[in-house]
Design a protein around this ligand. Structure first.
Ligand code: G6P
Length: 608
């Protein structure tokens, strides 16, 4: 992971880099650093901790320069120390770089260079790249980088400055995201395009095996042999204001509150007059849909849970053989996929390394591939091609919220559209579900209006030892996401189980310090779930029920009830997940956790 940023232009370089790094902190935040060229010399400043600490240090020392690069780190090789923080400078002081990725043959390169007398100073894999460049550089940056790209193995986005080229930033990419931007008399690069929105909306997403030269006058692109090529820009339709927290104390809370609008926006242009229509985005025919017998949903983390929601919903009206697989496992298993398979990759960021590799595998096996992502132009979007974009806008909080609801909205539409193409979705079901989906934004808004009560319930349980989340049928997938949210931001252990499975093991853990969050909507499984609530109560577990408005009976079992509006059975996950996000948020807040940047996590995981 890690976030990187580079700037050459007329503004205050330190300020541009530090503000850009702050927008990248979700990618890693254990240490940060910046390097500039000043009076023909490379100068650097690094610190363990956050970008804010680096900014204080820069302010105190009056750190300035004409051209600069910066980095916020998520440690892989080498501990979290100032010495291991990027940027790294070659021992001869001629080259400085920042790196996102992993250099797999770093040990070999190090041994080779040490044998030539080069002194290493850190435990990082990155240092092998900068020392190598220092060793081979003879005044031609492009040639040195070409040599480097032939010598290193692994994944990298590199941003490099050479001491005697004070107007040039060089970048190279293989496997890690990198975007380049240019405005009048200034050039930029970053891991995340949102860091560039303030300056430009027309960017170049770097491809694998591609390098670029960024200057005030413009940008040039080359392959790894050093041959130049033209590259079209891509226009970003996000607004810089979307990356501000506004009056909210945390991005996560802001993003939770954006969900009614996000769902409405996701439906826009995809449903009309009781019908689903994805034909503007997908050129699929009835023959295609008839050919696909299997659907493989492949994703990680929250996106994986979104696919489990989709699977459960689709099973209610379609006949596909559906698998939901975690991308890091899919890659290494021999799951048959071919022309009869539609492989759907779901990734908020579009950069998750495991999902990307799984997509390449499915493609090579002949499956038809589709990606659902929030980032137009992301690596997975460019590689897979066929895509449905979730219009959730930039999500900054590390714990995904609004992109999850956008994903389940689009996945539900996808399921309906596919089944319709196959002639399996009757018009009545389609009309009923479309109309219920149109009502979801209003229902989410009504849940959000209960925020105070949900917060009060959550605070009462902030000292629990851990939590179980239980649900049956369509109440089980949101339980998974509810437990994940709580784990991620409150550091409490939380596990989700199909309610009926509790008795086969997990029940042994129940006692008065382990509350059970029971998702118990009105419907045919209500009584069965209530039986599981009773079993938990018999073991003294406090119960928090997420129940349907008007369900008075649930009051016999617990006082801790979050009521949700009634909806169609299939759509309960939409309704259930929002109170669970708020529940996790207020527990984490009560526990004083760093909600937007939980420890050890990064929003976009570009290493395997
Ligand atoms: C990381 C994030 C999770 C996210 C997962 C998949 O682990 O911390 O919040 O769900 O990656 O990310 P993607 O961008 O592929 O949806």
């Amino acid at each position: 992971m890690c976030g990187i940023m580079g700037y050459v232009g007329f503004r205050d370089t330190t300020k541009v880099i530090l503000e850009g790094l702050a927008k990248h902190e979700y990618r890693g935040y254990d240490s940060a650093g910046i390097a500039v060229i000043r009076d023909g010399r490379i100068e650097d400043l690094r610190t363990v901790g956050r970008v804010a600490q680096l900014a204080e240090k820069a302010e105190r020392s009056g750190f300035r320069g004409d051209i600069g690069i910066g980095h916020t780190r998520w440690a892989t090789h080498g501990g979290v120390t100032e010495n291991n923080a990027h940027p790294h400078i070659s021992s001869d002081g001629r080259v400085v770089l920042v790196h996102n990725g992993i250099i797999e043959n770093a040990r070999d390169i190090r041994a080779e260079l040490e044998a030539c007398g080069v002194k290493f100073h850190t435990e990082t894999d990155t240092e092998s790249a900068v020392q190598y460049l220092g060793h081979v550089y003879d005044g031609d940056p492009k040639e040195a980088i070409v040599k480097l790209t032939k010598r290193v193995r692994g994944a990298f986005a590199l941003v490099i400055i050479f001491h005697d080229k004070p107007n040039e930033i060089w970048v190279a990419r293989k496997g890690s995201p990198l975007v380049v931007g240019h405005a009048e008399n200034e050039g930029f690069c970053a891991s995340d395009p949102t860091a560039l929105l303030e300056f430009t909306h027309d960017v170049w997403f770097m491809d694998d095996d591609e390098m670029a030269l960024i200057k005030r006058e413009g940008c040039e692109f080359f392959d790894f042999n050093g041959d130049r090529h033209e590259k079209p820009t891509m226009h970003l339709d996000w607004d810089a204001a979307m990356t501000n927290r506004g009056a909210y104390p945390h991005f996560m809370l802001k993003e939770i509150h954006e969900q009614p609008e996000v769902v409405a926006h996701t439906l826009l242009g995809r449903v009309a007059e009781g019908e689903v229509d994805l034909s503007r985005e997908l050129g699929w025919t009835a023959e295609d849909a008839a050919k696909w017998k299997k659907i493989h949903f492949i994703a990680c983390g929250t996106s994986h849970y979104a696919t489990i929601v989709a699977q459960h919903i689709m099973e209610t009206f379609g006949s596909f053989e559906i698998r939901t697989e975690v991308a890091s496992e899919y890659r290494y298993r021999n799951i048959p996929a071919g022309e009869d398979t539609l492989a759907v990759f779901v990734s908020q960021s579009g950069e998750t390394a495991d999902t990307l590799h799984a997509a390449r595998l499915a493609k090579s096996r002949g499956a038809r591939c589709l990606v659902i992502t929030n980032v137009r132009g992301s690596t997975i979007h460019r590689e897979v091609g066929e895509a449905l974009i979730t219009p959730a806008g930039p999500e900054i909080g590390v714990a995904a919220t609004k992109t999850f609801t956008a994903q389940i909205t689009i996945l539900t539409l996808l399921g309906m559209y596919l089944s319709k193409l196959r002639g399996e979705l009757d018009a009545e079901t389609e009309k009923r579900l479309v109309s219920a989906m149109m009502d979801i934004p209003g229902k989410l808004a009504s849940i959000l209006s209960q925020e105070k009560d949900i917060a009060a319930t959550a605070r009462n349980f902030a000292d629990a030892r851990g939590f179980f989340f239980i649900g049956r049928g369509l109440a089980y997938p949101p339980a998974l996401e509810g437990a994940l949210k709580l784990k991620e931001i409150s550091y409490l252990h939380a596990e989700a189980y199909p309610a009926g499975e509790m008795k086969h093991g997990p029940i042994a853990l129940l006692d008065k310090e382990l509350p059970v969050v029971a998702l118990v909507p009105k419907g045919e499984l209500w009584e069965k779930t209530v039986s599981n609530i009773e079993e938990s109560m018999a073991r003294k577990s406090p119960i928090i029920a997420v129940a349907t408005e008007g369900d008075e009976e649930i009051g016999h079992y617990t006082e801790n009830i979050i009521f949700t509006p009634e909806t169609e059975t299939e759509l309960f996950p939409f309704i259930a997940v929002v109170p669970l996000q708020l529940f996790a948020y207020y527990i984490a807040r009560q526990r004083g956790c760093d909600i937007d940047m939980p420890r050890n996590l990064a929003k976009s995981v570009t290493v395997e």
